[in-house]
Structures are given as C-alpha cells and as structure tokens.
Design a binder for this molecule. Structure first.
Ligand code: AHR
Length: 659
C-alpha cells in the first residue's frame, strides 16, 4: 500500500471536479452488527499455470533456454560460435538407455589451438541482465581422455559488447558440476550467453545454467524476485498449481506428473509444454517445461507468501479440448497412488517414505496440505467414475482432505448442469467453476450466487477473467472495462462468502514476447513486470477481504447493478474496521450516502480508489501504474459517510469501528 498516493481532504474537497452528470443522493444502509457470513481466509488467491512462459522464461529465474539439450531439435536456442580462428564441432549425444530422464548432452570438440569454439544461448527471448548483478554460471562437464579444455563464458549484448565474463577449468574425467560467478557491467534487456572452449580436445557438457544471484529470498537456482513480490503483495489466501490444462496434458503421456518434478534438477525429465503449439496464431515451438519450478518449489512458494497450497492432479483424463484420452478404470491405480503419495509428501512425518523425502529436500516440517483438486477442467460421463475412485481412496486414508471437483469449462449449459447436479448429489466438498466471459456477463452475473444452496458444496471460482473480445482471442486486452466488470462481479462473491470460499483470476502471468493466451493478470519482460488493472482489483479485494460479511442495501435490496452501482460490505474483527466496496460502473457521478447501523464509526476513513475515465485504458511496462490505487483520508461526521463517487471507479472505504 505504500505506493498508493496519499492525500488528506474533507469529503467536500473530495468531490469530483469533473463537470459530469450526477445522480441524486442514494442512501445505502449498512447493518454493521449483522454478520451474514464469515469470509474464509482462503477467499482470494492465485491460479498459477505454466502458460505464457510463466515458469520457464518467467517465474523460474533460469536464464538459459534448453540447458540440458532436451528440446526438439536438441540444439534449439543454441548456435555454434567461433572466435580468433577457433575451429571445432558439436555433437548431441543420446544416452536415453542410461539416463532416460535426461537423455542428451553435447560433446564440444575443439580442433584448433588458436582462438576458441563454442555455443551461444539466446535465452528466453533474450537474457535480461542487470548492471552490477552477480550471475551464477554452472555446468555439468566431463573432460575426454587427454583433453585439457578450458571454458570461458561471457554475457554479451546485441553488438557483441562483453557485459561480464569468467573462466572455468573443468578437470575431471567424470561428470562433475562446476560453478563460477561474474558481474554484469550494464543493464541489457536481450543479452545472450557465450560458452567458449579452448585447447584442442573434447569435453562433454550438460545442464548449462545461468541464474542471477538475487532471486526471491536469494535462493540459489530460485525464482524471479520481482514476480514473486507481486504475488506476495496480494497476500493471497491460496496458491493453485500447476494449472490449468497443463495438469491434463494434450495426451496422457504429456500430463503433469509431480513425482518427476522434485529432487535434483538434472534428473527432472523435461516435457514439451502443452501450450507450445496449442494456438496456431501463437505458436511457441521453444516452450518446454524444465520443472526447475516443480512441486517442492510450489509448496515452498505457497508457504513463503502465506497461501494455502492447492495442487490439482490429473484424474486419468487428458485435456478434453485435445485428445481427451482416458485411462481404463482398472488401470487408474498409479494416478490415485500419486495423489495419496502427494499427501504423504506434503503432510507425512519424516518417518514416512514421502515425508522423509520432503525432509531430505530441505523441509522437515509438513506443508499442512488441506485441499487438492481431482482433475482440472473435466466434463462428461468419464469424469464421474474416475472421480469416485479418487475420492474413496483419499477420504478413506485422509478424511480431513477437502477435494475440489471440476464443473467444466463453462459457467452454464449442458456440461455444467450435468456435473453440478451430479456432484451436488454426491455431497462433494468444493466445486470449481470457470468463467471466461464478456465484461457484460460479469456485470449481469453479480447475483449469481445469491440463490445458491447455502448447505451445499462450497464454490471455488477457480478461473475467471473478462474477455474484451472473445475467449482467448489474441486481441483481448487487460483494459479497465474488464477489470471494472470483474470488480463489480466480485461484490457478489463477497456478499456470498458463505457459499464462495475461494476465487482466482486466470491466467496469472504472461511474457510480453512469449505469450499464448490473453488477458493475464501480470505481464513481464526479461527485467520488468507490471500488474494490470485486473491485478489491482484482485489485490484490493484480497488485502481488504475482512472477516465477516454484513448487509449493505439500497431500498432493502442487495446493490448489484442499480444505476450501474455494485457494492458490498465486510467488517474485519482483527483491524476493527468496516470495509465497503463500491463500484460505479457507469458514466454518471454517484452521490452516495452510507448510513451505518449497529456499530459506531470513528471520524476519519480511508478511501482507496481505482479509476480511469477511459474504459479502454491499460497499464504497460512503460506505464505500469497508470491505473493503480490512490488513497485519501476523509473526514466523517456522525454515523454517516457521504461520498461523491467518480464514474468508472472501484472504491474501497475503510472506516475504523469504535465499538
Ligand atoms: O487459463 C487458461 C486455461 O483455461 C486453463 O489452462 C484451463 O483450465 C482453461 O481452459
């Protein structure tokens, strides 16, 4: 919040200076002592999926693309380089029999004693380099007999200017890891890495890696600090991982298998990313998963940012938008076992097989996993029998585990109704609803949960985002109109917090040069990142979620679209506040009078506003906070708050309660 602009003014002085049409004063009644529901601590969270280069090339701070030569073709991202008359050759060696999980390495043969020969790596759309940052280079290498190859590595800009360099003398004839550090003397968005060898001979190389020293919490081989910070700033209630369709795979062979994503990074089997060629208009053939960001890192990330972990597991079905392959029911055991083992990995004592592995990986304390998802975005007849097998096995052994079940890709229609009716009949714990819809849909559906069964399953609004053009259209924008409509819709989530226990915008991240799907909550390039207006909406709801929902009414009705206004209210028993969310989605200034009943309020309040006059406005790397919250103190008298509310604005009013 420190970034928000601060100003002190009286209510009168806060009146919009704009000579715009103004509504007559409307009186909103808030019964601050009448608790209607408790807001779950998990209420607003994060949906993470490795789409749009969110992991490799994004959150995972590795700067070398295809570090272990597992892409197809094996040298994708690498080019041969020569300097000072150097000569040589490169061979890709396939050792799949010996190391099926890391089948390839390269042999560099140097054929001339003058100059040097090697390979350059282009990084993920270039390598972002910061002035004075220290870079940790590492490689697993093996000298051939009689060879005394020396390596030197350098970061260079597009003109070939050297930004930093280091020498390395691998001596062992057996595979060994070597590390060296160097600093960069300049900031460059798209540098590349040269790895040169000199002296005639041959050397085997694998896992060629470069990380900045300053990662999140300075963990070696860790995560990009600026991106994690954006997540931490939201104080999210949960972290859903690893997706999304990536859980399912385009076929079952390319599904996400958590056990292959833990332990030594050179033993984590790389996999083609299922978003690689999903969209013909946005092909990304160099998009793979190294799993450097694997399940251990996801659990650690959740713990770091204070979010409940929410892993989603494949339920024996591949993505139904692709092959829709299913595992025969009598062959589902390994999938179910993965789920049971994951719970033991997260929660088991160090005397258990998987709990012990967690301890060996550096985290003896349990992660306290309380919920998990069975299937991502499944639908149809095949889902139910598989789901039942999972649920029985998990609940028999871990009755406390809350299970999330998919209601398919749409918020209504045949697929949705079938699963909704079926799962409600089966007393499932949490239903995962997805809505990628127009801004108008979001405005029209803010009452969606008002009449949901209060005794039925909880709702996880697991993936949603207003689409300015159409679902996953490459022309979709993270504009203010979309964010405002989401803010309006979310008053309905808040008002119905007894039914809705979790919600997350999706997708989370996108690299400006490497995305497949838009809109996305946070955009980044190799060095910078920005939160979209949608991000700030999510952040405001999450930071000011309160603990208890109290009624806010206009003419005894919930405020969900009358005169373009959407509003809800909560109290916070920890901060002793009343928090009002007031969204003016219309172009008319709203004169609002809030009458607070049942509790006394103090004489000042904080008004946080997110606003733009232009519904098409967006944030960008160059103007990252064009639309971002501003904050003011307002003076109050009595138990009333009078506000003049700007058109096209989201407002959060925080008032201290005095009794
Ligand atoms: O968020 C992008 C995709 O949308 C997710 O992977 C999938 O679950 C949904 O269809």
């Amino acid at each position: 919040m420190k970034k928000y602009l601060l100003a002190i003014c009286t209510v009168g002085a806060c009146l919009s200076a704009m000579a715009q049409q103004k509504s007559p004063v409307k009186t909103y009644i808030i019964k601050a002592d009448s608790i209607k529901a408790h807001v779950q601590p998990t209420m607003y969270g994060i949906f993470f999926e490795d789409i749009n280069m969110a992991a490799d090339g994004g959150l995972y701070a590795e700067l070398v693309k295809n570090r272990s030569f597992e892409f197809f073709p094996s040298l994708m991202g690498w080019t041969e380089i020569k300097k000072g008359g150097g000569e040589g050759s490169v061979e890709v060696i396939d050792r799949s029999k010996e190391r099926p999980e890391n089948s390839h390495f390269v042999t560099l043969s140097v054929k001339s004693n003058s100059g040097s020969y090697g390979l350059a790596n282009e990084g993920f759309r270039g390598i972002g380099v910061e002035k004075d940052e220290t870079y940790n280079f590492s490689v697993i290498a093996r000298q051939h007999a009689e060879s005394k190859i020396e390596l030197y590595v350098e970061l260079v800009d597009a003109n070939g200017t050297i930004l930093g360099q280091a020498d390395l003398k691998p001596i062992s004839k057996d595979w060994e890891k070597y590390n060296v550090q160097f600093k960069s003397n300049a900031t460059v968005q798209k540098a590349h890495l040269n790895v040169y060898a000199k002296n005639v001979g041959a050397i085997d190389l694998d896992m060629i890696s470069l990380f900045p020293e300053h990662t999140w919490k300075n963990r070696p081989g860790g995560l990009r600090a600026d991106l994690v910070q954006k997540l931490a700033d939201m104080k999210p209630g949960f972290l859903r991982f690893p997706g999304g369709c990536i859980v399912e795979g385009r076929d079952l062979g390319t599904r996400y298998q958590w056990k292959k994503t833990i332990g030594n990074i050179d033993k984590r089997e790389n996999l083609i990313n299922r978003w690689n060629t999903e969209f013909k208009h946005r092909p990304t053939p160099d998009y793979y998963q190294s799993f450097g960001l694997g399940f251990m890192e996801y659990f650690q990330l959740a713990e770091d940012i204070g979010a409940e972990p929410l892993p989603i597991l494949n339920c024996g079905m591949a993505c139904q938008f692709n092959t829709g392959q299913v595992v025969p029911l009598d062959q589902l055991d390994p999938y179910v076992q993965d789920a049971l083992d994951l719970i033991e990995f997260a929660n088991g004592g160090t005397d258990t097989k998987w709990g012990n592995l967690r301890a060996q990986l550096g985290h003896p304390a349990p992660f306290n996993l309380k919920m998990m998802g069975i299937g991502n975005e499944q639908w149809g007849d095949n889902y139910i029998p598989r789901w039942k097998i999972f649920v029985k096995a998990i609940k028999d052994k871990y009755p406390y585990m809350k299970l999330v079940s998919s209601l398919g890709p749409d918020p209504d229609g045949e697929k949705f109704n079938f699963l909704n009716n079926t799962f409600r009949g089966l007393n499932t714990d949490i239903l995962d609803e997805h809505y990628y819809r127009s801004p108008q849909w979001f405005l029209d559906n803010s009452k969606r949960y008002d009449n949901y069964d209060r005794k039925g399953p909880k709702i996880f609004a697991g993936e949603y985002a207003a689409q300015s053009v159409g679902i996953a259209s490459p022309d979709n924008k993270n504009n203010w109109q979309c964010a405002l409509s989401e803010a309006a819709f979310m008053t309905g989530l808040e008002r119905n917090a007894d039914v809705v226990s979790m919600a997350s915008y999706a997708p989370l991240f996108a690299h400006v040069d490497g995305w497949q799907w838009t809109p996305d909550e946070i955009w980044f390039d190799n060095l910078r990142s920005y939160g979209t207006p949608n991000y700030y909406v999510q952040e405001l709801y999450s930071l000011y979620k309160g603990t208890d929902v109290v009624p806010l009414k206009l003419n005894n009705q919930a405020v969900s679209g009358q005169n373009g206004v959407y509003a809800s209210a909560v109290t916070d028993s920890k901060t002793h506040e009343l928090i009002i969310k007031f969204i003016n989605s219309g172009k008319i200034v709203q004169s609002a009078g809030f009458v607070i009943k049942g509790r006394k309020i103090k004489s000042t309040a904080t008004l946080i506003t997110l606003h733009s006059d232009d519904l098409a406005a967006v944030n960008s790397l160059d103007k990252p906070t064009s639309i971002s919250p501003t904050q003011r103190t307002i003076q109050l008298s009595g138990n009333k708050i009078n506000l003049t509310v700007k058109p096209y604005s989201m407002n959060v009013i925080r008032v201290k309660l005095s009794n």
